[in-house]
Design a protein around this ligand. Structure first.
Ligand SMILES: CC(C)(COP(=O)(O)OP(=O)(O)OC[C@H]1O[C@@H](n2cnc3c(N)ncnc32)[C@H](O)[C@@H]1OP(=O)(O)O)[C@@H](O)C(=O)NCCC(=O)NCCS
Length: 157
């Protein structure tokens, strides 16, 4: 899909981000308050992908102070815009953001039954590093996935 532009979200995007949440996640969706907090606080980055000015997808990254890893907290593409490569473009941008912050990798949690998201992550080089039994509120298992972006520090001889 051509002409996709990705930029940082601002407070004026809150209403659309909330709409995207509610149209995407039935459980565990972000509240308006959470979205506002994630946009305005320093330790997170919220990205929005647009085409011709129309917002189509969003990704949330968290940057914990003492961690060398970034966390992909959430990624969602509007239901009518899925399967067009937008999720993949956003994920690439998340990785660029992590590298710019000198994070050596990205981790994420995903529902074990979310096959399309797991496939997206696998294709981008994310490996399953841990199973998370009954991780979600409804009892669904989770998976922790990790992608290293750069070689780690050399071990002392
Ligand atoms: C998961 C999601 C972000 C993928 O975004 P997308 O823009 O639809 O994905 P893309 O078009 O960039 O596809 C990239 C890859 O994802 C995987 N994928 C995407 N849709 C898929 C589907 N319906 N079934 C299986 N794999 C799928 C494929 O590996 C695909 O690569 P391919 O096109 O070479 O086969 C999107 O489906 C979504 O928003 N889902 C609901 C929210 C969600 O589950 N977020 C993840 C929470 S952890």
């Amino acid at each position: 899909m051509g002409n996709i532009r990705i930029r940082l979200a601002s407070k004026s995007d809150i209403a659309w981000l909330l709409h995207l949440e509610l149209s995407t996640f039935t459980a565990d969706s972000f509240s308006k308050r959470q979205i506002k907090y994630l946009i305005t606080r320093a330790k997170s980055t919220v990205l929005i992908a647009r085409q011709s000015g129309t917002p189509l997808a969003a990704a949330y990254m968290l940057w914990r102070k003492n961690s060398r890893l970034g966390r992909l907290y959430s990624i969602a593409v509007a239901p009518t815009a899925r399967g067009l490569g937008i999720g993949a473009s956003l994920l690439n941008e998340c990785e660029r953001q992590a590298a710019a912050r000198e994070r050596v990798g990205i981790y994420l949690e995903v529902r074990a039954d979310n096959l399309s998201a797991i496939s997206l992550y696998r294709k981008h080089g994310y490996d399953i590093v841990r199973e998370l039994p009954e991780y979600y509120g409804d009892g669904t298992d989770g998976l922790k996935m990790l992608k290293m972006l750069a070689p780690g520090p050399e071990l002392p001889a």
